[in-house]
Design a protein around this ligand. Structure first.
Ligand SMILES: C[S@@+](CC[C@H](N)C(=O)[O-])C[C@H]1O[C@@H](n2cnc3c(N)ncnc32)[C@H](O)[C@@H]1O
Length: 221
């Protein structure tokens, strides 16, 4: 029997509880899950942001053990699986013993998720060239400045005008500096979160604006 959307959503909620409570199937190293995963309460906020957006198509950078991916899946299912699409980009699942992808598939999300096992700096431009359009993006991949900058450069084209780009770890100068460029120079607007969170959400302008090189604003934080 094909599960209903409500049954699927409940299975994802259960998978989230198991992952947050008992940890992943496999660990790279002791303490790694707590160190790199988006905490459960921030995952709830990510889910709520996407539900409020009525997001149907989400692109995610950085799967790891799957905490944020499951929260995104829960958000998509909250509005029914019809038209829902979640593209997850991460070239290093092998290092995690595939634990993140197995968590996603085990939760019943295999039908609406696709894993692109490639660096996002290479995968995102290809998605742009293919005409892929997302309502929202979640960015938690490489935290090296030039990689984050390139991710955001392509997400600016890939996320629809008026869509949302959410980032984890903006307390790192590398991440904060990259997004600051887009805030100061391309009209991305920091959104007020409903409660305290380490996530930062930016709304893209609608229509998309193309700044003049003459109006460039230096963007150091
Ligand atoms: C901080 S973890 C992501 C945690 C995840 N959001 C969660 O809540 O469980 C960073 C992830 O980014 C991936 N990553 C590193 N460099 C990347 C790149 N260039 N492109 C895409 N993913 C990358 C790593 O393999 C790792 O899984």
């Amino acid at each position: 029997m094909v599960p209903t959307d409500e049954e699927l959503r409940k299975a994802v909620q259960k998978a989230r509880r198991n992952l947050a409570g008992s940890g992943p199937l496999r660990l790279r190293a002791e303490g790694d899950f707590e160190r790199i995963s988006v905490p459960d309460e921030d995952c709830d906020i990510l889910r709520d942001m996407l539900v409020a957006e009525h997001a149907r198509v989400v692109v995610e950078v950085g799967l790891a053990y799957g905490s944020s991916a499951l929260a995104i899946g829960e958000a998509l299912l909250a509005q029914g699986h019809q038209g829902a699409r979640h593209v997850i980009i991460d070239p290093y699942q092998q290092a995690f013993g595939e634990a993140g992808w197995q968590a996603v598939v085990g939760a019943g999300l295999g039908g609406l998720c696709a894993l692109v096992a490639e660096r996002s700096q290479l995968a995102l431009p290809r998605l742009v060239a293919e005409g892929f359009v997302a309502d929202a993006a979640f960015v938690d991949g490489s935290h090296v400045f030039h990689n984050v900058f390139v991710d955001l450069y392509f997400l600016r084209e890939l996320v629809r005008p008026g869509g949302l780009v959410v980032l984890d770890d903006c307390h790192w100068p590398s991440v904060a500096t990259a997004v600051r460029y887009f805030e100061l120079n391309t009209g991305w607007e920091l959104q007020q979160a409903s409660r305290a969170t380490r996530l930062r959400a930016f709304r893209l302008p609608d229509p998309r604006t193309e700044p003049s090189f003459e109006s460039f604003t230096p963007f150091q934080v």
